[in-house]
Design a protein around this ligand. Sequence first.
Ligand code: NAP
Length: 153
Amino acid sequence: MDFVRELGADIVIDYRSQDFEQLLSGYDLVLDSLGGENLEKSLRVLKPGGKAIGIAGPPDPAFAREAGLNPVLRLAISGLSAGIRRQARKLGVSYQFLFMRASGDQLRQITALIDDGALRPVVGRVFPFGQTVEALEGLEKGGIRGKAVVSNP
Ligand SMILES: NC(=O)c1ccc[n+]([C@@H]2O[C@H](COP(=O)([O-])OP(=O)(O)OC[C@H]3O[C@@H](n4cnc5c(N)ncnc54)[C@H](OP(=O)(O)O)[C@@H]3O)[C@@H](O)[C@H]2O)c1
């Protein structure tokens, strides 16, 4: 808990023993990396006009449009998020799917934030390139606090 507070968190919730929906309310923005029930709960801790941005899905119509999909696929993709968008509308909030893309420009901006001390990356463990499999297994098992870095000297 102290570790997370050191990173700048005002409120720390342990998802294994606490339910964030029971403890939080009135937020402008939620970043959801789990989807499913977690995303539904995320909608309910927002204030009216708030937004939940999800990376685990479901994809939304804007994503289908920007991906340049044909109308049939667009309709199918829109259908995947119809339920969560309906729930969001009823609560007076919104849902947006975020699909990450590799971007040198964004990495340069992040590098500047790190150089200025506004962001502090936390490296949990460094693996030599030859142990890439172990690095991935380590991520799956959990227990690495911070990023697992594969180094290629
Ligand atoms: N849209 C995109 O462009 C994009 C890009 C990358 C990934 N994704 C998707 O995003 C999702 C997350 O990816 P990831 O690589 O971050 O996964 P990950 O490495 O498996 O990390 C999941 C994290 O969620 C935590 N967690 C598990 N259950 C939780 C709960 N109930 N409440 C709060 N936290 C919980 C885990 O904590 P512990 O350490 O305690 O297990 C872990 O830190 C995946 O569905 C992936 O497919 C989407």
